[in-house]
Design a protein around this ligand. Structure first.
Ligand SMILES: [Zn+2]
Ligand SMILES: [Zn+2]
Length: 381
């Protein structure tokens, strides 16, 4: 960290006045200007609709583009979609794709390391939310792009990086002006589509670095501070399932259940159905199941170890034995499942009854064992 000690004095890193001005002015104009305007005039319905579309465009350009496409390469898409995300990212004023992805890859590699993680949640809510952008905490981070060499081969990434400021100005003044000129509600459009949209899309993304590392539970891993939280997911286009994301960062999904809110995943899947995205990566069911069971073992063990129980060592040994047995059952089940999927239609038809019977039996055993395991760990939860 760039806090330098000078004798007994500690000097804080230099303030970044441009960021401070942009964040505070846009925030003040949005929260003061929008209610005043709404009170005296009223926003046109078309302005409100454009505001909603523009907010989602900014948000999803960051989540589906900057985050899941470029930072983590969880899928691939064509130049037209990449161009749209590049424009949306500049509109969201969150720095260039190259810079954002570089920061984000450092975040994943060194998560919670206060000296290296650019927005370490261990330094508190304010710092991880916005404070990290207000001072030059890691001056080298503004020029070192050695961890995104792959992205430097993408001409759209480099074009956006070189023209970032121009694109920020064109989109942030251009879109609101266009809407205002078309519907004759210029000031309303500047306030809502311009300022309010920018402030919302800023803070929504910032919540992923702050709230999603502080509030929620950890079904997959407690090796870092990332949390799963359905409410944060509602605010962040699905990125609130952050514990899963840090455990399986190469997966294009953040929410894995169909009923969990992850519109970014739905967008990527829809693009792939339309033939506009491909190579969507997913963690295997077995890996996900194993990480849940392992995490249950770890957290139960930690809880037991903190208790003053005379027989806790015995219980922990039993938990380990049951864990090993469960993992073995799980492996057998997934092996058979894979085998079943690999069978040709003829093979399956010939031995259908026998294969299905065996499959169902192992599935039942694995489910029963897992339920038993859950009741066991829940006793000490
Ligand atoms: Zn990520
Ligand atoms: Zn994170």
């Amino acid at each position: 960290m760039a806090i330098e000690k000078m004798g007994s004095q500690v000097t804080k890193p230099k303030l970044i006045w441009l960021n401070i001005l942009v964040f505070s002015l846009t925030f003040i104009i949005a929260i003061v200007g929008v209610p005043i305007y709404a009170y005296f005039f009223e926003f046109e319905t078309s302005t409100t609709i454009c505001f909603i579309i523009a907010t989602a465009f900014c948000g999803m350009s960051i989540t589906a583009g900057y985050h899941r496409l470029w930072s983590h390469k969880t899928y691939q898409t064509n130049a037209a979609i990449r161009f749209i995300f590049a424009i949306g990212g500049a509109f969201a004023v969150q720095n260039s794709i190259l810079h954002w992805s570089s920061d984000h890859r450092v975040h994943h590699k060194h998560v919670d390391d206060n000296d290296i993680d650019p927005y370490s949640a261990k330094k508190g809510f304010w710092y991880s939310h916005i404070g990290w952008m207000l001072r030059e905490y890691q001056a080298h981070r503004y020029t070192d792009y050695s961890n995104v060499r792959d992205l430097q081969k993408d001409p759209i990434v480099m074009w956006q990086h070189k023209n970032y400021l121009l694109l920020v100005l064109l989109t942030n003044f251009g879109f609101p002006l266009l809407v205002g000129l078309l519907n004759g509600n210029l000031l309303g459009s500047l306030l809502l589509v311009g300022f309010m949209r920018l402030v919302i899309s800023h803070h929504v993304t910032f919540f992923i670095n702050s709230l999603a590392h502080m509030w929620g539970n950890q079904p997959y891993s407690n090796k870092n501070t990332a949390k799963d939280n359905a409410i944060v997911a509602l605010l962040t286009y699905g990125e609130g399932y952050h514990n899963f994301h840090h455990a399986f960062q190469y997966d294009y999904r953040n929410a894995i259940k169909w009923w969990q809110f992850d519109p970014t995943k739905w967008l990527i899947k829809s693009l792939s159905i339309m033939g506009l995205a491909h190579n969507l990566k997913k963690a295997s069911e077995e890996k996900i199941a194993k990480s849940i069971i392992t995490q249950q073992l770890t957290s139960t063990k930690n809880k037991l170890q903190a208790l003053a129980m005379p027989d806790k060592e015995e219980i922990i040994a039993r938990l380990h034995r049951e864990y090993d047995e469960l993992i073995n059952k799980m492996a057998v089940f997934y092996q058979l499942k894979k085998h079943k999927l690999e069978l040709t239609k003829e093979q399956l038809a010939a031995e259908k009854k026998q294969i299905l019977k065996q499959y169902l039996q192992i599935k039942q055993e694995w489910f029963r064992q897992r339920a038993y395991w859950l009741s066991l760990v829940n006793q000490y939860a």
